[in-house]
Design a binder for this molecule. Structure first.
Ligand SMILES: [Zn+2]
Length: 583
């Protein structure tokens, strides 16, 4: 079937263009319908063939044109789905010189004038063939006027006319035209079919090429036979017949290396990941393609988790598939989903970055930074099962979760030094004497009382000027802070007596006392800021958004520290993801 006697190199896609339906791969459903149509003599007057480029639309149209006009080797045959390929009509059509088979490329002939010839010619009987066949490539490119002109012929087609419309974008075809056609959807060719086809072509060409190289080409062609053959052409011309040179040709990183890179990122090994990324770059991998491959890996592992059967990719080597299953088992779905989102964002950035490699490296660093961090869902669960102490985190523990501190912070009233009541069962508050039962039981209650009585000036003076040394109901000892009014003890004593109806002894002591309320608050706010910055989630957010600022830390009603998130875990999307695939 190959006619290379001219001596010029003929591209593989042309040389191996199928001349009959037996040679057309991957379109069995369409071929079956066409066989039935021919054998029952019910050949539609117009077909529209749609599918991605290079899957065989025009090839199918030409085979149909031959089948319609074939007269068989002995010159007596009728329309057939198996054109002989040797009769006058078949050979003329195969060589593109049949007067009754007219091909129009609508991509370059979009106007009404271009189709007028068709409309006029359709009125006349075929010159030598049985049918006039019009093959229009990229039909969707025709102008509105051109379609309208064509429509008249389609509405009342002469019996000797057949239309074959090929299009990659069926949605751009007018419904008025589509409704008058029988439609065939040509499928992308499955990778294993494509690999087998490429192997056959390579063998026929006497070219030895690695199986993995062929599977790389098949993957890159994304189901297009023509693209796969063009890539094979290129590989032969480049002299690269092994997987490594095909990868270089395609700008691909080794798939297994991409998967290992993904694993490194998931383990948060930023340095190792950068070394690997640069190494892949040096061996020819385009950084954007690498990010794309990483996103593809996130997608592949996610599908492996939820639907192992459809995710199993036969074009991959067995060990790569095994590694994929292993990783899919280790990584929670929500981590995979997060990395997918981050990689999509990274791809966008790469396109506008001054250097794709730089952009890819930044993305890798960012991904590593968040890799080992809990997702919001994790965090809620962790906080639920292991709540942090509500203030003053133990040294070294930014999450403050350890220590089993379940009692609330409370300033002991008998001692100058503050104490954290670790366990309320051990240090219970002293039982108040009967006559003081109605009095504020601790200094905080005194402050609350001042606030309740709306004495703003006293409240300010107490909050900024009083360093508490000791407290008992009816008795307060303190040391004035710098700037405290001289009459503070007197004023406080007078007001408390007035409000509580009891005598209060307010004295000034020599001990240093506790920090003032104002100082404590400032410190808490500062350490809260520090704690929040150290918090894994916030650190991750700040790492991911280096320009981000910590604007406010909403305090929970206790007003001490953000303990528990308000959102119940059931309302969290992450938990739904868990249902899909938590290990
Ligand atoms: Zn024939």
């Amino acid at each position: 079937m190959a006619d290379d006697d001219s001596g010029a190199y003929e591209v593989l896609a042309r040389k191996y263009r199928p001349q009959d339906f037996d040679a057309l791969i991957g379109q069995e459903a369409m071929v079956r319908v066409l066989r039935n149509a021919f054998s029952s003599g019910r050949i539609h007057h117009a077909y529209v063939l749609t599918g991605v480029r290079g899957v065989g639309k025009t090839t199918t149209a030409r085979i149909v044109a031959k089948g319609l006009n074939c007269i068989g080797a002995d010159g007596t045959g009728g329309p057939t789905v198996e054109p002989c390929g040797t009769c006058e009509n078949c050979t003329a059509i195969a060589e593109g010189r049949h007067v009754d088979v007219i091909e129009l490329d609508a991509a370059s002939h979009t106007g009404i004038d271009d189709v007028r010839e068709i409309i006029e010619g359709a009125k006349y009987r075929p010159a030598i063939g049985r049918y006039k066949v019009y093959i229009i490539d990229e039909t969707h490119m025709l102008s509105k006027n051109a379609f309208n002109g064509l429509l008249k012929t389609l509405e009342e087609p002469p019996a000797h006319v057949k239309f074959l419309f090929a299009t990659t974008e069926i949605r751009k075809m007018p419904v008025t035209v589509l409704s008058r056609c029988q439609r065939f959807d040509l499928r992308r060719v499955e990778p294993d079919r494509l690999i087998a086809h490429l192997a056959g072509v390579a063998e026929a060409e006497g070219v030895e090429i690695e199986g993995e190289a062929l599977s790389l080409i098949a993957r890159a062609a994304e189901g297009s036979v023509r693209d796969s053959l063009s890539l094979l052409d290129q590989a032969i011309a480049d002299g690269g017949k092994d997987a490594a040179s095909i990868r270089t040709m395609l700008g691909l990183a080794d798939r297994s290396r991409v998967i290992e890179l993904f694993a490194m990122v998931m383990r948060g090994e930023a340095a190792a990941a950068l070394v690997e990324l640069r190494d892949q770059y040096r061996s020819g991998a385009d950084p954007e393609v690498t990010l794309n491959d990483l996103a593809e890996t996130a997608h592949w592992l996610s599908t492996l988790k939820v639907a192992p059967d459809i995710a199993d990719d036969p074009s991959l080597p067995a060990e790569t598939r095994e590694r994929g299953r292993e990783l899919a088992g280790q990584l929670p779905m929500r981590v995979l989903a997060r990395s997918w989102q981050m990689l999509l964002k990274a791809l966008e950035e790469t396109r506008s970055a001054p250097s794709p490699l730089m952009a890819a490296e930044m993305s890798i660093i960012r991904l590593c930074a968040v890799s080992d961090l809990p997702t919001p869902g994790d965090l809620i669960r962790k906080l639920e099962s292991d709540p942090p102490a509500s203030a003053a985190p133990p040294p070294g523990g930014p999450s403050g979760g350890g220590g089993g501190a379940t009692g609330a912070l409370r300033v002991a009233t008998r001692s100058a030094a503050p104490q954290v009541a670790v366990d309320p069962h051990i240090e219970t508050p002293p039982a108040p004497a009967a006559e003081t039962a109605a009095l504020p039981q601790d200094f905080e209650a005194v402050v609350a009382l001042i606030r309740e009585k709306r004495d703003g000036i006293l409240l300010h003076d107490v909050e900024t000027g009083l360093r508490l040394i000791s407290y008992m109901p009816g008795r307060i000892e303190f040391r004035p802070a710098a700037g405290a009014p001289e009459h503070l003890a007197g004023t406080l004593s007078e007001r408390l007596r007035h409000w509580t109806g009891s005598r209060w002894t307010i004295s000034i002591g020599d001990d240093a006392g506790l920090p003032t309320i104002a100082e404590t608050r400032a410190e808490a706010s500062h350490s809260l800021d520090q704690r929040v910055r150290k918090h894994p989630l916030v650190a991750a957010a700040l790492a991911a958004f280096p320009d981000g600022e910590l604007l406010s830390i909403p305090l929970n009603p206790v007003g001490v520290a953000p303990d528990m998130p308000d959102v119940p875990p059931d309302d969290d999307d992450d938990d739904e993801m868990d249902l899909l695939g938590e290990n």
